[in-house]
Write a protein that binds this ligand. Structure first.
Ligand code: MGP
Length: 203
């Protein structure tokens, strides 16, 4: 499906601000997205003693139409509804939201920290990002793995994961476009996954 049509369908759904009714989805053909996406979920609020990172990470569902996205997002995947230490992810189907995934292994993440833990701002930024991803609004869309919303006691944040950690043109293109979409003046910062790994070493 052409990107403009996906974006029009997304905009119409957003404007209506409602899940399409069964009646309307029966009448219309679903709007196919450019690619398949998966929602993932991780609740680390009650970690099991000694459990490895990722033990509570679950793939929740896969979709490839605007209508399915809208129903899923509206019903379940809203960051402000989560308890602290939970994450929700939207990643391309076939890519796991882990440093270890081959698509992510050599990459990193742009992070937008939501000032003052404003839940409304978090939800808005999350939705803008989801719509931009599934609507293929980034020129460097092939270089993006997905996005994570992290709800934390101290500060909520969104992280946009990239395939590359070193292609500056690609990274700057993604970062600038994301900031423009979020319509924020706050700084966003890039960290590569190697540094995230290293910075957590403790003895
Ligand atoms: P985080 O949740 O990405 O960082 O990683 P955050 O949100 O800044 O930290 P938090 O303490 O507020 O949650 C936190 C820790 O989880 C990392 O230091 C790793 O130990 C582990 N971890 C996170 N990720 C994304 C991965 C991963 O992809 N693979 C592995 N092996 N561990 C990870």
């Amino acid at each position: 499906m052409a990107t403009e049509n996906v974006n029009e369908a997304l905009a119409a759904a957003a404007a209506a601000a409602e899940v399409p009714t069964t009646e309307s989805t029966e009448k219309q053909q679903p709007h196919k997205l450019e690619r398949k996406w998966c929602f993932w979920f991780d609740n680390q609020s009650k970690p099991k003693q000694g459990a490895a990172w990722g033990a509570s990470l679950r793939k929740a569902c896969t979709f490839d139409t605007v209508e399915d996205f809208w129903g899923l997002h509206e019903s379940i995947f809203i960051p402000s509804k989560l308890t602290p230490n939970a994450d929700i992810h939207l990643f391309k189907a076939g890519v796991e939201p882990k440093w270890e995934d081959p698509e992510c292994a050599d990459g990193g993440k742009w992070t937008y920290v939501v000032a003052n833990n404003r839940k409304q701002a978090l939800d808005k930024a999350w939705l803008e990002t989801l719509m931009a991803l599934i609507g293929e609004q980034f020129d460097e869309a092939d270089e993006i793995c997905g996005v994570v919303a992290s709800v934390r006691q101290k500060q909520d944040k969104l992280s946009l994961w990239t395939r590359t950690k070193s292609n500056e043109a690609v990274l700057m293109g993604i970062g600038k476009k994301w900031k423009e979409l979020l319509d924020v003046t706050d700084k966003i910062s890039f960290t590569n996954h190697d540094d995230s790994r290293r910075s957590r070493f403790t003895v």
